[in-house]
Ligand binder design. Sequence first.
Ligand code: ADP
Ligand code: MG
Length: 689
Amino acid sequence: MTTKRPPTALEKMGLNSPMALALHLPARYEDETELFTIEEALALGRFHSIQTQGIVIRNQVTFRPRRQLLVTIEDDTASLQLRFLNFYPSQQKQMAVGAHVRVRGEVRDGYQGAEMVHPTVRAVVPEAPLSASLTPVYPASAGLSQTIIRKAVLKALQDASLKESLAEFLPTKLMAEILPSNDWPPLQDAITYLHKPPADANTQSLLERTHPAWRRVQFEELLAQQISLKRAHAIRRERRAPSFENEAQKTTSIEDGLLKVLPFKLTGAQARVWSEIGLDLSNNFPMNRLLQGDVGSGKTVIAALAAARAMDHGYQAAIMAPTEILAEQHYLKMQEWFEPLGVQIAWLSGSLKAKEKRLAQEIIESGEAQLIIGTHALIQDKVSFAKLGLAVIDEQHRFGVRQRLEIQQRVGSELFYCHQLMMSATPIPRTLAMTYYADLDVSVIDELPPGRKPIATKVVKAARRDEVIGGLHDWLTKGLQAYWVCPLIEESEVLQLQTAVESFEQLTQALPNFKVGLVHGRLKSEEKAAVMAAFKANEIQLLVATTVIEVGVDVPNAALMVIEHAERFGYAQIHQLRGRVGRGSADSVCILMYAEPLSLAAKERLQTLRETSDGFVIAERDLSLRGPGELLGAKQSGDAMLRFVDLQHDAWLIELAQTAAERLLAEHSDLVERHLERWLGSRTEFLKA
Ligand code: ADP
Ligand code: MG
């Protein structure tokens, strides 16, 4: 039977069965069981939402800095401002002076003192009764109100089919042996409890998701995820890849040649990761390894060594980067290292003329090109390789897991896959690696090349800009170079360009004895490349840039970086940017200039960045702030493989789920499918990728 009607808002969210609705658990709860005076709310309502009420004594629309509605409410104890940046006339009316309203929200410090921004508001009589139990708040979408979802969920929970779909089938014995305590309710009870917490429920543990009912659900979800990751692991081992034995001892090898032309010795950490990677490459199934190392730790040479090994066996290697600038840096480096050894390199860039592109593709397809370098998009989509043995993907977290490369090739009748090496300067905390990356082996370069000086980071008010420019003058006079980074302006690319141009003009005027260059995202790629080349050749002493220089650029003589409006950058961005300096012999300095007023979060961020340049510390802070989805790249946040687990706090649960997954696969393989289907449904395909 087919229906022609358009999908409802519920169906669009995938909430199309009683089971889907049952598993659509509250994102949070609102505690409308308690009411506080405004004075109490001001004290207790920081960082979490709180309920209070009062009489409206002011209701005013202002236009500075933008149109907004300001409402003040008051009770016997104090008054509180409510701020609405978007509002309907009906809301304005609801909060007319003299109205009595009950509001719920977080209290923050605004320009005019404590306030709630966009609280939920209900007009009530002062003695309106409080809810008896916590109110669930569901993940929703535009056009789908909480009321609709709540109704649908409650109806679904009555559905007879749930008895079957939520039936307990994990072996009792196994559960008893693995679970830490026996107060975890059966699955169906847990789910009902979470949707309809009873009046006497432990509020705190429900809100924090530590309640046994939450634990039960989290465990099941993690179990499904661990099973499917372990499977992916097994599937990879069944795939074939060319096996590359170590040939470095052969003096005719490219690998040996590379080691001889390198102007430095590998650090201990580099040697260690290289032997780990070398071992992977000797396997006859595809490597899937992430090479982590802080900015400047020397990942490029490891990529080159791996490429050399593949080429020594008659296979092609490809190195991909997210941006043209970064890809070009790799191209220049590889030319320097490999061309003297007679290696044929193909360069694929978006800015190549059609004919050049065709030519590059021809030599890649014929096998004449041994090493291929370009941006990820270019290489992945349009190229057919003669015999690709290794793909290196730099800064892979920017692409997201989903875009992992799947190049299958045929030699004679045999199908084979290439080895893959991902490289990233964004450290991935252990808890994340254990879940998202269970089928990804990880190597870490935890040592910087010798002679690196720590970067002195200073935090300076924008009001001292002239002083900073004075210092910059002295710096350049010493024959050193510097970067001046202008911030991303999210609302407007035009505005962003404009501020960069303004800074460029001001600095050009203030530093007449030096050549100032400008590079930004709107330049054509050959223009960008020309500016970067001039900077590298010291024809430009000061490079004004937008965030396009964020990754990969390597100019050792540039050891000073000024970052304008540093308060607008995130942790990872500043860390990456700052990694551009500190590569030469000069003492390196990074100046973080900020404009006031500074939010609490920005203040803490700048302070942390001043105190540490340890990428792992910074990543942990970042994770606690933003959550894993964002850390791994925007691509993944929408997928949210784990809906109910907090990776930060539930790490111990992951270990439990790992053990359970191993035992289930070994002892009860018949239950595995059923469990996966229940938890992941259509998402299993994604996990196998
Ligand atoms: P990243 O890990 O950020 O990609 P790079 O590979 O660009 O770092 O290396 C940063 C700089 O350190 C480069 O100039 C590179 O030539 C240099 N380098 C790498 N390994 C060593 C080493 N073992 N000794 C000295 N310098 C090194
Ligand atoms: Mg790099």
